[in-house]
Ligand binder design. Structure first.
Ligand code: FMN
Length: 436
């Protein structure tokens, strides 16, 4: 392998794939019954991806203009099915790839989360992970009978305690607790199954878990907080971080920052794999790829409604009261994705709302446009410069066509150059992730 081989992951969700496109197929159920995602995970494993992460949120957004009409018309953020339930389907039809499910530490009771993840780790024989989020929308809180989410930094404090508790629950069965001694008629040794008696500021639990110790004990932990408080949290626990710093210099700065924070927590920073979001646009020729990019940009300009509705759902900001042709308002704030909103405002100073919104996409760290060969070279160059650790493909809404462009075009080219893994040496997800 070269000096800096890198990891590949795919960011998806259990939602409607591309549906309004000539290559989308016309079966409205195949994503809901899991078939689409079963095909998808097979492609990702064939392409030697480290993992597939399934995003989640817990609401039907009615933020834009105070109604869900446009959100459901476009079906970008909703409908959405529960990622936890998809995990065992995906791990059952694969052998090696990791699967990470998102679950909110603000709403899932910690005992339930620990138990569910532990169960999934057993079912997958050690190939699952948990994307720890704190949720970003008051709408989600209201679905759980809470009027407003706790404030941004407080959510992280609560989550920190939550993770401490979950870790203890996962450890509550000692490695040799199951004895299965037929002579004595003893299945499990009760002295090795320990209550945790956790009493925190926000969470309490007696323990032990009623789920035996799972293959990884601690499923892979994933986190994506970009704010200073978010970074303190992610660098303390996460095995893999998701991030969108803009450009190689910012990627380097972000990496240095979270790695220094990890050292401050007493960790080896190499035990934390940082994945940068990319959305490559591929073509058989450079010209075709450039044309496809131009088509995508033109579609965003034409469909400003979709842009505004999607921004509203992601940032929990309703831009409908603002004049499209006036400069972007600077006084907007969110209790949700603060770093996403901040990068949007920073990148669009002096622009009108129309200009800023038509150019907005759930960002990417570096723009990649070209043939599989040239995009592989661009990824290599960026990663050599940044120093690690991998790329998170963010192609939403996903289509089989795009998936195959990446998995059967770009990924083989990356492997041919020795830039990414060529197989999986270990049984457990974490061991593969930390192998280089
Ligand atoms: C690549 C990426 C993926 C994310 N996935 C989710 C998700 O699935 N569910 C969710 O509620 N938040 C998700 N988030 C939001 C983060 O977990 C975090 O809550 C958000 O960035 C706000 O925290 P911050 O202000 O520290 O950045 C994601 C963020 C990024 C950058």
């Amino acid at each position: 392998m070269p000096a800096n081989p890198f990891h590949l992951a795919w960011f998806g969700n259990f939602t409607v794939p591309e549906w309004n496109d000539p290559f989308a197929g016309n079966d409205p159920h195949q994503w809901m019954n899991g078939d689409f995602y079963i095909d998808m995970i097979a492609a990702l494993e064939r392409a030697c991806f480290d993992y597939f992460i399934i995003e989640d949120s817990l609401m039907v957004p009615d933020i834009y203009a105070g109604t869900a009409e446009l959100e459901l018309k476009h079906a970008r953020y909703a409908p959405k099915l529960d990622p936890m339930c998809l995990v065992p389907l995906l791990t059952r039809v694969t052998q090696h790839i990791g699967v990470i499910a998102t679950a909110s530490a603000t709403f899932y009771p910690p005992f339930m989360l620990a138990r569910t993840m532990s169960t999934l780790d057993h079912l997958s024989r050690g190939r699952v992970g948990w994307n720890i989020v704190t949720s970003s929308e008051d709408r989600a809180a209201q679905n759980f009978g809470i009027e407003k989410l706790p404030e941004h930094d407080l959510r992280y404090e609560m989550a920190e305690e939550y993770v401490e508790l979950v870790l203890r629950l996962w450890e509550s069965w000692e490695p040799d607790a199951i004895v299965m001694d037929r002579g004595q008629g003893v299945y499990a040794d009760y002295t090795k199954v320990n209550p945790v008696h956790y009493e925190g500021r926000f969470h309490r639990s007696r323990g032990p878990l009623n789920t035996p110790r799972s293959p990884q004990v601690r499923p892979v932990l994933c986190q994506a907080g970009g704010s200073p408080r978010g970074r303190t949290f992610s660098s303390k626990y996460a095995d893999t971080l998701l991030s969108i710093p803009a450009g190689v210099e910012e990627m380097k700065r972000y990496r240095a920052d979270v790695r220094a924070r990890a050292v401050g927590h007493g960790r080896d920073p190499d035990d934390m794999k940082i994945m940068y979001v990319v959305q490559p646009i591929l073509g058989s020729t450079e010209r075709e790829a450039r044309e496809r990019k131009a088509q995508r940009d033109a579609a965003a300009q034409e469909n400003l409604e979709l842009q505004l509705v999607h921004m509203a759902a992601v940032m929990e900001i309703d831009m409908s009261p603002f004049d499209l042709d006036e400069p972007l308002p600077t006084h907007i704030a969110t209790n949700g994705h603060q770093s996403t909103l901040q990068s949007f405002l920073d990148a669009n100073q002096g622009k009108t709302l129309r200009e800023a919104a038509s150019g907005w996409r759930v960002a990417e760290s570096i723009e990649l446009v070209g043939t599989p060969d040239s995009v592989a070279a661009q990824m290599d160059e960026a990663m050599q410069e940044v120093g690690g650790d991998g790329f998170l493909f963010f192609g939403q809404p996903v289509s089989r066509r795009y998936l195959n462009e990446v998995c059967d075009g770009l990924a083989p080219e990356l492997r041919r150059r020795g830039l990414t893994r060529d197989g999986y040496d270990h049984k457990l997800f974490r061991d593969n992730l930390l192998a280089f």
